[in-house]
Design a binder for this molecule. Structure first.
Ligand SMILES: Cc1cc2nc3c(=O)[nH]c(=O)nc-3n(C[C@H](O)[C@H](O)[C@H](O)COP(=O)(O)O)c2cc1C
Length: 328
C-alpha cells in the first residue's frame, strides 16, 4: 500500500487552490517556509488559456512543484489548456470539479460536474491524452441530493475508470442552491470517514483529503489513512504553520525557521518583487498573518494594512510593523 512508502512525493502535503489567494506572489511567499509541499495555482478557466491569456499562469521556477488547476467542462478546450500548462512547466494538471460559485456553475463546471461524472471522465481522458504529466481531479463527496455513500463511490469509480490515479476529496458535499461558496465551505458537515472508505475501496488510488484540517497533528492523523492532506484556510489564517511542514510531514531533517527569519527573507522577497515592477502590496498582503498567535500580531497586521498600499511602500514597512508589534 502506498501508505507504507518511505519516500513521499510533494503531494503528501499540499496548499489548496484558492482564487485571489494562491497567486504566484503567494506561492513565492510560501516557499520561504516549505520547499517540499505541493502548491496549486488559483483555478484558471481553460477557455482563457485557449484564448492565449498566458499571463494568468506566469510563475517563477522557485514555485515548483506546482499544480495548475483548470476550470472547464469542454474536453477539447481542457486538453489544449492542459498542454499549455505542461509546456509552461507545471508539475501536474488538476480539474476543478468541486467549486460551487455561481460564476462557475453558469459555465457548467466546478461542482456541477459532480452531477455528470461521465463528463468528468471524458475531460480526464482527453486531458491525459494531451499531456505526459499527471492529470488529477479535485472534487467533493457529493452534491445537492446526490450525497449518498453509493454516489460518492460512483463519482470516484468513474474517475478511477478514466485512468486518473489521484483525487483530492473535499470531505463535504456542495449545496448548489441556497448556499454561498463561503457557506459551502463550512455548513455541509465534514465526513472524513467517507473519504477513508474510498481509500479502502480503491487501494491504488492516491487520495488527498481536504476540508477543515487545521494543524500538523491533524495532518499526521489523516496521513495514517490516506496519502495526502490539503490545507486552505488554515494557511491563510496562520501561514507560519508551513514552517514545520518539511520537518514534521516530510521528515526531511530540516530546521524550522523562526518567524523573525521568515520575516527577513520575506522582506528580501518583497524587495525583489518590487524590483521586478510589481506593486508592493500584492506581495505584502500575504504576510499579514505571519505573526498570528503571537503577542502584538494585531498591531503588525493593522500597521501593514494601513500603509502597504501607499505609493512609496517598500520592504522597510515590514520591519516598522514588526517594531510596532513589539510596542515600539
Ligand atoms: C478564498 C478561497 C478561494 C478558493 N478557490 C478555490 C479554487 O480556485 N479552486 C478550488 O478547487 N477550490 C477553491 N477553494 C476551496 C479550497 O481549495 C478548499 O477546498 C476549501 O477551502 C476547504 O479546505 P480548507 O477547509 O482547508 O480551507 C477556495 C477556498 C477559499 C477559502
Amino acid at each position: 500500500m502506498a501508505l507504507e512508502l518511505k519516500e513521499y512525493g510533494a503531494d503528501r502535503f499540499s496548499i489548496a487552490p484558492m482564487i485571489d489567494v494562491t497567486t504566484s506572489a503567494f506561492r513565492r511567499f510560501t516557499r520561504i517556509m516549505t520547499k517540499r509541499s505541493m502548491l496549486y495555482t488559483e483555478m484558471i478557466a481553460a477557455e482563457a488559456l485557449v484564448h492565449g491569456k498566458l499571463n494568468l499562469i506566469a510563475h517563477d521556477n522557485n514555485e515548483l512543484p506546482c499544480v495548475l488547476q483548470l476550470g472547464g467542462s469542454d474536453p477539447q478546450k481542457l486538453a489544449i489548456a492542459a498542454k499549455i500548462g505542461e509546456d509552461c512547466g507545471y508539475s501536474a494538471i488538476n480539474l476543478n470539479a468541486g467549486c460551487p460559485s455561481d460564476k462557475v456553475q453558469s459555465g457548467s463546471f466546478g461542482a456541477i460536474l459532480m452531477k455528470t461524472p461521465d463528463v468528468i471522465a471524458s475531460c480526464v481522458e482527453k486531458m491525459q491524452s494531451a499531456v505526459k504529466i499527471p492529470v488529477t481531479i479535485k472534487t467533493r463527496i457529493g452534491v445537492d441530493d446526490l450525497d449518498s455513500f453509493d454516489y460518492t463511490v460512483k463519482i470516484v469509480k468513474t474517475i478511477y475508470d478514466s485512468g486518473c490515479r489521484h483525487i483530492v476529496l473535499h470531505a463535504r458535499k456542495a449545496w448548489l442552491n441556497g448556499l454561498s461558496p463561503k457557506e459551502n465551505r463550512s455548513i455541509p458537515p465534514l465526513d472524513y470517514d467517507r473519504v477513508y472508505a474510498m481509500k479502502e475501496m480503491f487501494p491504488d488510488l492516491f487520495i488527498t483529503i481536504n476540508g477543515g484540517i487545521l494543524t500538523i497533528d491533524d495532518c499526521l492523523l489523516h496521513l495514517k489513512k490516506v496519502e495526502g492532506v490539503m490545507l486552505g484556510r488554515a494557511i491563510i489564517d496562520n501561514p507560519y504553520l508551513l514552517s514545520s511542514v518539511d520537518r514534521d510531514i516530510f521528515e526531511d531533517g530540516s530546521e524550522v525557521k523562526s518567524r523573525e527569519n521568515v520575516l527577513n527573507e520575506f522582506a528580501d522577497l518583497c524587495e525583489k518583487f518590487l524590483s521586478e515592477g510589481h506593486r508592493f502590496h500584492h506581495m505584502a498582503m500575504h504576510g499579514l498573518n505571519l505573526f498570528n498567535g503571537c503577542h502584538g500580531a494585531r498591531r503588525f497586521r493593522q500597521y501593514m494594512s494601513a500603509h502597504m498600499h501607499q505609493e512609496n511602500a517598500d520592504a522597510s514597512l515590514l520591519l516598522k510593523a514588526y517594531q510596532k508589534m513589539q510596542g515600539a
